[in-house]
Design a protein around this ligand. Structure first.
Ligand code: AMP
Ligand code: GLY
Length: 434
């Protein structure tokens, strides 16, 4: 079996590693813009090419007689890579662009939720001109301002955070309108969690909940990043959640998959990522992504007990209903090392030395290898993941591993610690009022 992995980040290293565990001993191929040392080592062959260069990727897949493909990042999904691979007769785990737009068009995604009565949609409006804009911001008072298109999570500004008042929100929205439509929505308050599912067009198989940490510095301070690390718990839900929160999240994702098919005529085949915020009124949807999260993939994939090649096959061929997808009942903690100064002034091209990871797992993200040495880029460098019987134990193991990575680097030592988790539990208690 020849499996093609598209993408070259930490998330794709985790995908490739899960595939490599298959007792079927699949041959792994990859397409990545930059050579990920971890993925390269797992591959029979790889192509260094932009993942959005659809023609090249399809030609490579055809020439190598690939049996099945999985797409990691969002950009090739937006470029229609899943459509073109399928047209070339290659089954693929990754949604076609008609349904992947749930991620890359935030205006479409909100209108889709609203039109189809999907639960958890905040008060919002989409603007393509400034008509009524000022009034709507004044009406909501506390708002989030988002560009409609794909911005890698960088364009969103929230009141009380990057925006001080309704005037600033209005000015920022007007600035965005020069290039794109703008979504204005209510500023939701609570703890965030990620729920990821394998989807075969109809059926969903859910992974354990994960909480990512977007802020660059300890105690959730500093600028937003792609994600500095994440944790998951033995019980599938997180310490600040109750079982009903998970059920609500699942229901919303099932409604979404069903409505995507009925609205577009295209079945959603791939990984659906629900970013939820747990408010006083229950889980609300921050956004959907059409792929695994990075880092969240690195938390859940090491727990996957089902053969990953069977999962990919079931997604691509509509057979998830017949497959039992199992995750180990363990906790995980993932911590990213990033270049010093990340995200504003990252110190790129500095050597990184990876020591003994002990019981933790290392996933390379954005680093490059030259003359046998590994160097940083301006993005997140590598992640250390530990799996254990409790979050506390996983945190200790991840911390031990990450301390053996030497370089001009930064990481958050607080992710997964009892103190930070207690803070989140208390935050949720305050919000719920019990
Ligand atoms: P996004 O690019 O949509 O993931 O947004 C980036 C971050 O902004 C999210 O992870 C949330 O922390 C925050 N955010 C987005 N939308 C809202 C909202 N309506 N209310 C509060 N926070 C939000
Ligand atoms: N960790 C957030 C994301 O992958 O979008």
């Amino acid at each position: 079996m020849k499996v093609l992995v598209i993408g070259g980040g930490g998330r794709e290293h985790a995908i490739a590693k899960a595939i490599a565990r298959s007792p079927k001993h699949p041959e792994i191929y990859a397409v990545m813009a930059k050579q990920n040392p971890g993925i390269a080592r797992l591959c029979k062959d790889f192509l260094l090419e932009k993942e959005t260069n659809v023609k090249w990727v399809v030609d490579y897949a055809t020439a190598n007689k690939i049996d099945i493909a999985i797409i990691g990042p969002e950009a090739p999904l937006a470029a229609g890579l899943a459509n073109s691979l399928e047209d070339a007769g290659i089954p693929v785990a990754g949604p076609k662009k008609e349904v992947a737009c749930i991620e890359f068009d935030k205006a479409w995604a909100r209108d889709f939720m609203n039109d189809n009565n999907i639960d958890g949609c905040p008060a919002y409006r989409v603007f393509s001109s400034d008509e009524g804009l000022k009034e709507f911001i004044a009406e909501l008072k506390d708002v989030a301002v988002k560009p409609a298109g794909l911005t890698g999570g960088k364009g969103v500004r929230i009141m009380g955070d990057q925006l001080t008042d309704t005037n600033e929100a209005y000015e920022y929205a007007k600035e965005l309108l020069e290039n794109d439509s703008v979504v204005i929505e209510e500023n939701l308050k609570g703890e965030e969690f990620t729920l990821q599912a394998f989807v075969d067009g109809e059926n969903l198989a859910f992974a354990p909940c994960v909480q990512d940490h977007k802020r660059a510095f300890e105690n959730d301070l500093g600028p937003n990043t792609g994600g500095m690390g994440a944790y998951s718990d033995v019980d599938v839900i997180l310490p600040f959640m109750v079982a009903e929160d998970l059920e609500t999240g699942k229901k919303i994702m099932k409604q979404t998959v069903k409505a995507l098919k009925s609205v577009t005529g295209v079945g959603y085949k791939g990984i659906l990522y629900g970013q939820f915020i747990l408010t006083k009124a229950g889980p609300k949807v921050i956004e959907f992504n059409a792929r695994f999260g990075d880092p969240e993939a690195m938390n859940v994939l090491p727990l996957l007990e089902t053969d990953m090649t069977d999962v990919i096959d079931a997604i691509a061929n509509g057979k998830l209903g017949d497959l039992e997808v199992k995750f180990a009942k363990k906790a995980t903690v993932c911590k990213y090392v990033v270049p010093a100064g990340y995200p504003d002034n990252p110190d790129a091209d500095k050597e990184v030395i990876f020591g003994d990871m002990g019981d933790a797992i290392l996933f390379y993200s954005s680093v490059y290898e030259m003359n046998g040495k590994i160097y940083t880029t301006s993005s997140r460098s590598a992640a250390v993941v530990a799996v254990a019987d409790s979050i506390k134990k996983a945190e200790l193991l991840a911390q031990e591993g990450i301390e053996n990575i030497i370089g001009d680097l930064h990481y958050r030592s607080d992710i997964g610690t009892e103190a930070l988790i207690a803070k989140k539990v208390n935050h949720m208690k305050e919000i719920r009022g019990y």
